[in-house]
Write a protein of this length. Structure first.
Length: 138
């Protein structure tokens, strides 16, 4: 299993909206960065992703699961980019803010801190466990 971080602006698509769509989940589309798209292509069914609210909040708020691997993004008219399907798994008991991530010396090499504009990125198992502990999953 692999771990990832997906960023979404909560005023566009929030963890609560993701939860409301239920078991069928939703398409994670609209990615137009080649590095982020390459990360989507590496995702496998069952992989877990932190759901990060960007711009507003700037915090990891929950977890989603990959339910369908990369396919052509239906919102991409040029058919260059891919999407995946995700479903809600759970919310973190305590959202993990970007500020708290920056303060944790164990996370100093987290890609989120090095490539803050990237919307889809891998997370190592070590970092996944640290962030899970910080968020005390309910």
């Amino acid at each position: 299993m692999n771990y990832w971080l997906l960023k979404s602006e909560p005023n566009i698509w929030s963890i609560d909206q993701q939860k409301k769509v239920g078991l069928k989940g939703s398409i994670w589309d609209g990615v137009r960065n080649y590095q982020a798209a390459n990360n989507l292509k590496k995702m496998r069914i069952g992989d877990l992703c932190f759901f990060y609210h960007s711009n507003i909040g700037k915090e990891i708020v929950g977890i989603v699961t990959i339910t369908k691997e990369a396919f052509l993004d239906p919102t991409d008219k040029l058919k260059k980019f891919v999407a995946v399907r995700v479903k809600f798994k759970e919310k973190l008991k305590y959202p993990v803010s970007l500020k708290k991530i920056k303060e944790n010396k164990k996370l100093k090499n987290l890609q989120l801190l090095r490539q803050s504009r990237l919307s889809v990125m891998p997370i190592t198992t070590k970092y996944w466990k640290i962030i899970l502990k910080m968020g005390s999953i309910t």
